[in-house]
Ligand binder design. Sequence first.
Ligand SMILES: [Zn+2]
Length: 83
Amino acid sequence: MPRAAGRAELVESRIGECGCPEEHYLFDGIDLIIHFEPNGDVDAFWDTGDDCADWTTHEGQSRFNGRLAAFAWAASLTGGAER
Ligand SMILES: [Zn+2]
């Protein structure tokens, strides 16, 4: 797996409230939820407790690519860039 800037640990794989698969990671110690829509969109939610952000990519033709894009996004947040 290409390395993102941060470190991701899978906490849980589950089915979200709308029926889509979801993965909960700790990304550099911060909660990161990656949500896989049936149309290939990938939503990511990042929550430090004090601050939260969400983001969507349409590049999730494969779950693998969507996951990498979400990690890259989270890395840009934890790196303090473009908030
Ligand atoms: Zn959904």
